[in-house]
Write a protein that binds this ligand. Structure first.
Ligand code: 5CA
Length: 448
């Protein structure tokens, strides 16, 4: 992509309404724009990150055996009356009337709708287990939308729903999502900690929030430092094997959100040096709630004995749009974003130090071509701005690799590479510089 054609409306000043660094950087780097309180337009740069995050979430859901579908954003109030949540949900729900005065709503979550879909198609234990998910916009009329996309009113969520014939099966589904979540967040360069959590309006009694530690996080959390060093299950994980031992290893360490915190237990289980009392960002939340929806909504399953009973259910959410902010909170410096390769909006920033200089233009064009042909995503700064300004923009945008080509280097046949994560620079013959960047991108993307 040529920067001259792209749309990257950068802000010179940090907007005063942005209190946390991810919000500031998203506005400054032209990633998103607030259209109403807590409602954002995703500008091209931010949109690319959102799509990358969404794709990683999708791949790990598929790997765990969940099946993708898409439910609408607008739902009927009657559906929510069946579960009894229409009145209980309160002011967070955006209620709408259509032209025939029918009561509708903009979905804050989809337990009711998926239960309705499921009961229309499944009758027998032989059809189970099933895990279905979608990645769809939600609306919650939050009292205090803030921190940009972190707590929006309109936000993108991945929500999975599991259906099993009995509690043991439901536990297996829960465990699959638990492991899928550890992998999902790790692939984005995040260390997530599963913590015992409250279930709020979703309900149930077994629940974990996946928390990324960050000073700017909205949740107060308590956990054992040793959790930070646990190995994340690899891509070869067999989701059909018994995952319970793996889950037990994680849950044997103390980790709880404020609502579930037990100070006595914390002190008894965790040595003083390993105690973490900190703030964190909730990037995912999983729930097991059994018959809470299937019973009132009559999603019945016939067992081997022919007897019918309500399906055992769980639901599993990931804050896809919130993750864009969470990744920035974890990866930035004073100059801007430092995107981990798998979620970077482009892999490489190509900087032409003297636009209009024949030799430089042609060397850049060749590099752009060679990288693009190899499947590397390049943002090519072909504008006529000063070098200093181009460097600042590339650092702010934060692509993992920079390739800098100018007349002085070219006279010696050289180009410069810079790694954004640690600032490491190298001057290499042009072809070698291109090959080095290509290789780092390939190697980085191969890690799953
Ligand atoms: N139905 C369940 C799970 S599918 C559910 O709605 N869970 S939730 O309420 O915990 O939301 C799931 C995830 O969405 C949260 O972990 C969080 O990462 C994200 N999320 C929730 N509210 C917001 C919001 N206002 N802005 C951005 N992300 C949000």
């Amino acid at each position: 992509m040529r920067l001259s054609r792209f749309y990257l409306p950068l802000l010179k000043e940090t907007p005063s309404e942005a209190q946390i660094v991810s919000h500031q950087l998203m506005l400054r780097a032209g990633m998103a724009r607030q259209e109403s309180a807590g409602i954002y337009a995703w500008l091209p740069l931010g949109f690319r990150v959102l799509k990358k995050i969404e794709q990683i979430v999708r791949e790990e859901q598929d790997r765990a055996g969940a099946v993708e579908m898409l439910m609408p954003t607008i739902q009927s109030a009657d559906l929510w009356r069946e579960s009894g949540r229409y009145d209980a949900y309160g002011k967070e729900m955006l209620r709408i009337k259509d032209r025939a005065e029918r009561e509708m709503l903009y979905g804050p979550t989809n337990e009711e709708m998926i239960t309705e879909i499921f009961r229309a198609g499944v009758r027998s234990y032989k059809d189970l287990p099933k895990m279905l998910y979608h990645i769809q916009w939600k609306f919650r009329d939050e009292v205090r939308p803030r921190f940009g996309v972190m707590r929006g009113r309109e936000f993108l969520m991945k929500d999975t729903y599991s259906f099993d014939a009995d509690a043991a099966g439901a536990r297996r589904s829960y465990n699959k999502m638990f492991v899928a979540y550890l992998r999902t967040f790790a692939r984005m360069g995040l260390v997530s900690i599963p913590m015992r959590a409250d279930t709020g309006p979703i309900g149930g009694d077994l629940s974990h929030e996946f928390i990324v530690l960050a000073e700017t996080g909205e949740s107060t959390v308590f956990c054992d430092r040793r959790l930070l060093d646990l190995a994340v299950p690899g891509p070869d994980t067999d989701f059909d094997q018994d995952l319970q031992p793996l889950i037990d290893r994680y849950t044997s360490y103390y980790a709880a959100t404020e609502e579930k915190h037990d100070a006595k237990e914390f002190e008894a289980k965790v040595g003083a040096a390993d105690r973490i009392a900190a703030r964190g960002i909730e990037v995912g939340h999983i729930f097991y709630f059994g018959e809470k929806y299937s019973k009132p909504m009559k999603a019945m399953i016939a067992g081997p004995d022919g007897k019918e009973r309500p399906a055992e259910m769980g639901s599993y959410g990931v804050g896809v749009s919130r993750l864009v902010g969470a990744v920035i909170e974890a990866h930035h410096d004073e100059a801007g974003c430092k995107w981990p390769l798998p979620v970077a909006p482009f892999h490489v920033g190509l900087i032409n130090l003297k636009q209009g200089d024949g030799a430089t233009d042609s060397a850049c064009a060749k590099a752009y071509e060679a990288l693009t042909q190899a499947g590397v995503e390049v943002l090519y700064d072909d504008t006529d701005k000063r070098p200093g300004e181009k460097f600042a923009v590339m650092d702010l945008v934060g692509l993992p690799h920079q390739l800098v080509i100018g007349p002085r280097g070219l006279a010696a046949g050289k180009a410069e590479t810079k790694r954004r994560a640690d600032g490491h620079r190298e001057e290499l013959p042009v072809e070698e510089a291109i090959a080095a960047v290509k290789k780092s991108v390939r190697d980085g993307l191969a890690l799953r």
